[in-house]
Every structure is written in structure tokens, then in C-alpha cells.
Design a protein around this ligand. Structure first.
Ligand code: SDX
Length: 429
């Protein structure tokens, strides 16, 4: 059996042999199919890229039907249980697990790059008191590109490494300072004696005490959440990072675009939207009415559904377990009962079953974040900190991929053509 597609263009009666490689055909091969010599070649129309591969990648593998997620070939369940976030970040960026020397050097570099230029502090203090932390994070990540003008030298591997280290190191500082600004509290500087996630918690919650000591169980739970959010192949924000990165701009500007995409309620903003949805439902007896609203299209069941997973999101299973560990420390979040009942009803209801809508990564994560005393507007900042190594791994792969070009899709033009312009003086007289 030959790995080709035989396409017959019924407009011309011509047949074309289109090679199938890795389960895909090249859109450029369809471009050779024309109605006449000077007619445009066939294009592929695919809003939201629901069935379009934009790149070859070795970073993350997902099987949506089987609910499989692997980072560089390692199952997410094993990484969440046995690894830690900085080791997973190394794996994503470098493509393999680190030796002890590599790991120690990686941790040292990141630990000693957590500070940001003092001007960033003044920059962040310029936001309104009620500025959304994701807007602050997006702006401050983009602003970092002005502090490292050499970051545009993306062809230099050492330079790319330096910017990758800086961004992974500084994201928690920027995220914590966005939180402190919104709380009207003084910014807390990084404490290099602490591990990555413990240091993040210190910058978030330290007040007048000499040293902030986080509960180890909470540090572990947050570290696992960062691992679960670390990458997810060509999701909306990774696509934004790649698209902006394809112009060969510096990685800070590309990641700022990723933060912007993640901000949306259909993507990373869903964890915040889930909490607001659960609070709006308020009690278990209100769930049937809410479900009816979803079926009528008046509501969306936030935290459910996924472009790829048509089965339970493997991350949601792990997060659900992490809930128990966190609630052991903080006490059970009363909204958990509503979430569990909502999940139970949805998983049995034909509307959701038919559409293969299952809980995704955002359905339970918000319950944990709220148990940490984070306000809902901080949830997506936590998602962004976790996703940073994934964005950078995708960007690093893009800039070294010889097949990649600047992202510039086609369109199907449906507007007016060939109009004669009448100057305003005649139009309005
Ligand atoms: C993330 O891509 C990634 O990998 C993302 C992510 C990552 O790690 O980067 O996994 C993180 O973004 C998770 C998703 C978080 N978003 C939400 O929880 C928001 C609620 N879910 C959706 O809006 C929706 O499910 C999407 C955006 C996640 C996926 O949308 P698709 O693939 O474009 O599917 P669709 O909107 O075309 O929906 C198909 C059908 C539609 O019904 P019909 O028009 O066929 O009648 O399912 C319905 C939709 O109306 N539907 C929902 C629904 N999600 C889809 N109906 C009710 N509630 C929902 N949540």
C-alpha cells in the first residue's frame, strides 16, 4: 500500500498523488492543485487549526483518546510522583533528564537569577491598585526584553540558554510581585536559601517575620501543580509563542504573547472561571438548573472539555488527588462538594457524554489555589509560572527547526473589491 492520497479534481478531471508522511499531507502539495494555469492553488481552511499540524515537535506527546500525556517520552504520572519542577523544566528544555552535575548547575543558575532590575519594581507600581495580575505579568515579561537587548541574538545557543534561565527564574518574582501589588503589600525579594517553589511562596506570603517557612506539604503540592502545567504541546499559548517567535523576535516578547493567550477564559483563564462558576452555583441543589443552562447554551461548564482530550485529562486525575494532600493542611474547600457533584452529574449526562466533555486540568486546580488563599485572579499567573519551561522548550525547538518559516497564514477573502474612492469633501457635502 503506497503512502499517498490520490486526489481527483473534478473541475479539471486531473488526478494528483499526494504523499502521506507521519499521518499528514503537506498543504503545499494541495497548493499544486489549480483550476487553470493562472488560477490560485488550493488552500486549506481550518479556523482554530483544529486539524492542522504547525510543526514537528519532540517536546510533549498527547493521546487525547487514551488520556496520555508524556514530556519528552516520560508519563506525566511518573514525573508528578517522582520528579520536581526544576528537573522537569530541565527535561523539557534540554530533552533529557539531567545528570547530578547538570541538575546542580541548573538549580544554581536559576536560583541566582531570580532578582529583577529595580526599575521593574517602579514599573509594576505604576499599575492601578486593582490591575489584574495577568495583565501585569504580560506587561512585565515583555518589559524584560528591554533590560536584555542582546536577547534578540536568538541564533546563539549560549545566549538562548541565558534567556531561558532568566525567564524560568524571574517568572515567580514577577508573579509574586503582581500579587503583592494587588494586595497593597510591599514586594518581597527572592530568598536564595530556599528552593524554587518555597521561594515563590516566601515572595507571596512573607510579612514581618525574618524568614518565611512554608508548610512542606503545600510546597510539594504547588511543585506538582507546576509540573502538571509545564507543557501541553501546541495549545493556544504555545502556538502564540511560536507564531510571535517565528518573526525571530527575542524570547521575552514571544513569551509575553503566550501569557496574553493564556489569560483568555477558554484557555488558562478557565481555572479562575471555574471558581467563579462554582461560587455562582453556590449549592448542590442548584446544579440541575445550572446544567440546564449549559444545555441551553446560556452557560459553559468551565473546566470541562478539551480540544485534544476526548477522555479524562490525566492531569485532572492527579490534581484531584493533590486536593486531598492540600486540604489535609488547609481544611476542605466547601466548593469541592459542588465540584464533585457537578462532575458526577456531567459524566452521566448525554449532553456531555455525546460531546466527550470531561474535566480538564482547570476543573480542580482552582480549588487548590483557593485553599492556598490565592484570589481567583492569581490562578492563571500560577498556570503561567508552570507553563514557562514548556513555552521556552517550544520556542527553543522552533528557532532551531530548519523547516520553520515566519507564521503568515492565508485567508479566504469575503470583502468588497475594486471600489472607487470618493473624497470626504464630496461624500459629506
Ligand atoms: C486549557 O489546548 C490545550 O492543551 C489547553 C490546556 C493546556 O494545558 O494548555 O489543556 C489548558 O486551556 C484547558 C481548557 C480550559 N478551558 C475551559 O475549561 C473552558 C471550557 N471549555 C471549552 O470552552 C472548550 O471545551 C475548549 C475551548 C477547551 C475546547 O473547545 P473546542 O475544542 O474548540 O470545542 P468546541 O468549542 O468546538 O466544542 C465542541 C462542542 C460544542 O457543542 P456543539 O456546538 O457541537 O453543540 O462541545 C461544546 C461546544 O458548545 N462544549 C461545551 C464545553 N466545551 C465544549 N459545552 C459546555 N461546556 C463546555 N465546557
Amino acid at each position: 500500500m503506497t503512502e499517498t492520497l490520490t486526489v481527483r479534481d473534478n473541475r479539471t478531471g486531473q488526478e494528483y498523488e499526494v504523499p502521506i508522511v507521519d499521518g499528514a499531507i503537506k498543504a503545499a502539495d494541495l497548493g499544486k492543485i489549480r483550476e487553470g494555469d493562472d488560477a490560485p492553488g488550493l488552500a486549506v481552511y481550518d479556523p482554530g487549526f483544529t486539524n492542522t499540524a504547525s510543526c514537528r515537535s519532540a517536546v510533549t506527546y498527547i493521546d487525547g483518546d487514551k488520556g496520555i500525556l508524556e514530556y519528552r517520552g516520560y508519563p506525566i504520572e511518573q514525573l508528578a510522583e517522582k520528579s520536581n519542577f526544576l528537573e522537569v523544566a530541565y527535561l523539557l528544555v534540554h530533552g533529557e533528564l539531567p545528570t547530578k552535575e547538570q541538575y546542580d548547575s541548573w538549580v544554581h543558575e536559576i536560583t541566582y537569577h531570580t532578582f529583577v532590575h529595580e526599575n521593574i519594581k517602579e514599573f509594576m507600581q505604576g499599575f492601578r491598585y486593582d490591575a489584574h495580575p495577568m495583565g501585569m505579568l504580560m506587561a512585565s515579561v515583555g518589559a524584560l526584553s528591554t533590560f536584555y537587548p542582546d536577547a534578540g541574538e536568538i541564533g546563539d545557543a549560549e545566549n538562548r540558554h541565558m534567556q531561558i534561565v532568566r525567564m524560568i527564574a524571574k517568572m515567580p518574582t514577577l508573579g509574586a510581585w503582581s500579587f503583592r501589588h494587588a494586595q497593597g503589600k510591599p514586594f518581597v525579594y527572592p530568598d536564595n536559601d530556599l528552593g524554587y517553589t518555597a521561594n515563590f511562596m516566601s515572595m507571596l506570603f512573607k510579612m514581618s517575620e525574618q524568614k518565611y517557612v512554608a508548610d512542606e506539604r503545600l510546597v510539594k503540592a504547588l511543585d506538582v501543580l507546576f509540573i502538571l502545567h509545564a507543557d501541553h504541546e501546541q495549545n493556544c499559548s504555545a502556538n502564540a509563542v511560536r507564531s510571535v517567535g517565528s518573526s525571530q523576535v527575542d524570547p521575552y516578547s514571544a513569551v509575553a504573547a503566550g501569557v496574553g493567550a493564556l489569560y483568555g477564559p477558554l484557555h488558562g483563564g478557565a481555572n479562575e472561571a471555574v471558581l467563579r462558576m462554582l461560587k455562582r452555583i453556590g449549592s448542590k441543589d442548584k446544579i440541575p438548573a445550572f446544567i440546564e443552562g449549559v444545555k441551553n447554551g446560556d452557560e459553559r461548564l468551565m473546566g470541562f472539555g478539551h480540544r485534544v482530550y476526548k477522555n479524562y485529562d490525566p492531569r485532572a486525575k492527579i490534581i484531584k488527588k493533590a486536593c486531598d494532600d492540600v486540604f489535609e493542611v488547609t481544611g476542605v474547600n466547601p466548593l469541592l462538594e459542588i465540584a464533585q457533584e457537578l462532575e458526577k452529574i456531567a459524566l452521566e449526562d448525554e449532553y456531555f457524554v455525546k460531546r466527550k466533555l470531561y474535566p480538564n486540568v482547570d476543573f480542580y486546580s482552582g480549588l487548590i489555589y483557593e485553599a492556598f488563599q490565592f484570589p481567583p485572579e492569581m490562578f492563571t499567573v500560577l498556570f503561567a509560572i508552570g507553563r514557562t519551561p514548556g513555552w521556552l522548550a517550544q520556542w527553543n525547538e522552533l528557532v532551531q527547526d530548519k523547516e520553520q518559516k515566519i507564521a503568515r497564514p492565508k485567508q479566504i477573502y469575503i470583502g468588497a473589491r475594486g471600489l472607487d474612492f470618493t473624497p470626504a469633501s464630496e461624500r459629506w457635502s
